[in-house]
Design a binder for this molecule. Structure first.
Ligand code: DAH
Length: 360
């Protein structure tokens, strides 16, 4: 006859030794399954005499209950341990800083940001944006702007020429944004009020000059636009752009073939230790050229100078960006060094607007 005590000890040892729920299930089947050791014992009760059954019955049933209870208890322990292990494995430190998403990690180049800023300011004054190509004809870059053929004024610009085409015509990388004045005046009727931001090219390189740089041209043409309007617009622009109540500007008489009279405008700054600072100091930094559009230019665009007049300016975007954001050297602007961009760049969602403030 089976030694019930021994069987019980064996089964309880096996239950105890089960390392996971699968192992425990194997033990359960071997004891309480259809062909399990305890189930087989229960089956023997039917063939016993009533006296035998009276004695063995409670013992075998007791064995079954003990084993069942032990398995249930072990199952609970194992489930608890599994949960503990999972919680430990999936633990998240919510105090850790979340990594920045790519769209907030990227940076906007200061030139792009400044173009957005000045577009917002001039849009507020009723200007729209016009554009033209970087590769320009000699006619639009020079001749139509009243630079006569062979005139020394053409030498003012260190021009990059392209190889001559079949007709012997040499295109140029535009040396200024002024050719877009001609494109605008020949394609739409006055009143005209546009700004023209874009890339320009000259054979030049030092701390404040690069072979490719940026200008923003302004053009106003109607029947009475005058020099006082121009001065007001430029002063308002500088105050809004530099976010100050007053700016010190200096208008110096100058010469450009396409304007008469012409002026160059300087803005007050200090240049200490290689750093340019705006709004202090006794130095002046030239930021733009301007003037009343020359009658010859109006005529070249089919406009009657006795009916129409206006003014224009061309401003160095890189210069005003350097001045506003305290960047001493222009060359790294175009070196595509991410360390520089991380330092001087702008967050993608810092979109300049006059309502929220240009720089927040
Ligand atoms: N195009 C000139 C330059 O690059 C700047 C300039 C001066 C533009 C006077 C103008 C202007 O529209 O009226 O040096």
């Amino acid at each position: 006859m089976t030694d019930l005590n021994q069987l019980e000890r064996d089964l309880l040892t096996q239950v105890e030794a089960a390392g996971d729920e699968a192992a425990l299930e194997t033990v359960r089947v071997s004891a309480l399954g259809k062909k399990g050791s305890v189930s087989e014992l229960l089956k023997t009760l039917g063939a016993m005499t009533p006296e035998e059954r009276k004695e063995r019955g409670p013992l075998i049933n007791g064995l079954r209950d003990t084993v069942q209870g032990a398995i249930a208890a072990k199952k609970e322990t194992l489930a608890g341990a599994a949960l503990e292990a999972r919680l430990a494995a999936e633990r998240i430190d919510v105090t850790l800083q979340a990594p920045e998403a790519p769209e907030s990690r990227g940076r906007i180049h200061p030139i792009s940001q400044v173009i957005e800023e000045l577009t917002a300011i001039f849009a507020d004054m009723g200007f729209s944006v016009a554009e033209g190509p970087d590769i320009e004809t000699d006619y639009l870059n020079f001749t139509a702007l009243n630079f006569p053929e062979g005139h020394p004024a053409r030498e003012m610009h260190d021009t990059f020429f392209l190889a001559p085409d079949e007709k012997g015509e040499r295109k140029v990388l535009r040396t200024h944004t002024s050719p877009v004045q001609i494109r605008t005046m020949t394609s739409k009727a006055p009143p005209i009020r546009v700004i023209i931001p874009g890339r320009t090219y000259r054979h030049d390189s030092d701390q404040t000059h690069t072979p490719m740089f940026h200008q923003v041209e302004g053009l106003v043409i109607d029947k009475q636009a005058n020099i006082a309007h121009m001065k007001w617009i430029l002063e308002e622009f500088c105050k809004a752009f530099f976010e100050v109540d007053q700016v010190k500007m200096r208008f110096r008489p100058s010469f450009f073939p396409f304007t008469e009279p012409s002026a160059e405008v300087d803005i007050q700054c200090s240049r200490k230790g290689g750093e340019i600072r705006f709004g202090e100091g006794t130095d002046w930094l030239e930021i733009l050229g301007c003037g009343m559009v020359h009658p010859n230019v109006l005529r070249n665009c089919g406009l009657d100078p006795d009916e129409y007049q206006g003014f224009a300016w061309g401003m160095g975007i890189d210069r005003i960006a350097m001045l506003k954001y305290g960047m001493p050297d222009l060359r790294p602007f175009f070196e595509a060094d991410v360390r520089w961009l991380n330092h001087y760049g702008f967050r993608p969602l810092d979109i300049p607007s006059l309502v929220s403030g240009l720089t927040s």
